[in-house]
Design a protein around this ligand. Sequence first.
Ligand code: NAP
Length: 449
Amino acid sequence: MQEILDAIIAGASGEVRRLPVPDCYRGVTLHADEVAMFDGVASRDKDPRKSLHLDQVATPEPAAGEVLVAVMASGINHNTVWSSIFEPLPTFGFLSRYGKASPQGARHDLPYHVLGSDLAGVVVRCGEGVTPWRPGDEVVAHCLSVELHHPDGHADTMLDPEQRIWGFETNFGGLAELALVKANQLMPKPGHLTWEEAAASGLVNSTAYRQLVSANGARLKQGDTVLIWGASGGLGSYATQLVLNGGATPVCVVSSPEKAEVCRRIGAELIIDRAAEGYRFWKDEHTQDQREWRRFGARVRELTGGQDPDIVFEHPGRETFGASVYVARRGGTIVSCASTSGFEHTYDNRYLWMHLKRIVGTHFANYREAWEANRLIAQGRIHPTLSEVVPLEQTAHAVHLVHRNLHQGKVGVLCLAPREGLGVRAPELRARHETAINRFRSGRVPAGD
Ligand code: NAP
């Protein structure tokens, strides 16, 4: 592996085609025989530092249409939090179902699961029939894995019945020194970014792009007002940028002054600190408090000069969904991609039908949407929102911080890259965007509890 790394760091990535690929590599794993380890433990107390391991695993051979990538950097996504606490279900069920689907899928059904759904790195080997990419190409990967044997996936690849999220519903993910992807997951690495910056955006930026901008999502327009929950977090820090970039106005909801500052650095002006204002949307486990919805809606109007949100960017789920449906404007859209606080939502349907609102469900992004989202990064219109970068050995600690909501933006992981700051191939473009890149990176996560 060292020879491969030396070639990449020397700026001679093309040399990797001549170098041997090791039989095994280090990856962040879960173990199938440990899925019951948190039985009876409350979600919040399930500790990813106990379930995540850094193991040597066997290098898979790329099959037809697949590519083996030397991973320079990756990042923490919330799906690794879910995997690590075995909620809502252990991910080994996904691997077992994939295993039954085809001989290629069977390779993924292992007693360990290498996690991670983002990477920046270098192609080292291509399977049969891979034409657009060659060993030596510097790439990022989006996490949509599809088979496309069924007609349903051909208008929108997210509708493929065999659609999976790589590194969550498949094995050989990006929190590792090597990763196995389908060739159509690859996109050019933006040349002005370091490895860790380039690896930060793929999953969340693509998801926020489909959720907000795409015709498959909320169809953001210039002039719209957009309420963004968790606006300094992974999805939210990209949603805030997409809204500003699209000529619309974000209303950012966060839970601390530090997180509010992250949004300000991105360029948002209208910010609600939900912790400081003490919203309690639920009186008890079964009853929501509509007075609190109204108090929240009044605060939004106060900030916007009387505008209700055209779009509500939803992902907290149960805790906030009733308020989200309430505050959206007449004819507005509530667009949801997740349920972090609980997936059984309740809301007052009178506010939906009488005010002609729409609830739209959305999930990751199709290949085209992921490509367009990556193009915005490559053009320097959207920037990575890294707050901290850790070595591969500290991945479990970083996942723990994200689980406890102690992070800001994205947390990066150095896989093969020995230090931050490597991999910039377009210094002039970087110089043009350096100030913004550094401003967006300036948040820091706490050392941990
Ligand atoms: P993240 O980086 O942890 O950020 C989530 C933000 O949500 C936090 O910063 C927090 O902000 C806010 N939040 C958490 N609990 C909340 C609550 N009870 N009420 C209001 N706000 C709350 O995670 P992420 O990457 O943005 O992902 C968010 C969710 O979307 C996760 O569940 C993830 O699995 C899911 N997701 C789904 C897809 C998909 O394709 N379907 C893609 C990406 C992510 P404050 O504390 O500052 O308010």
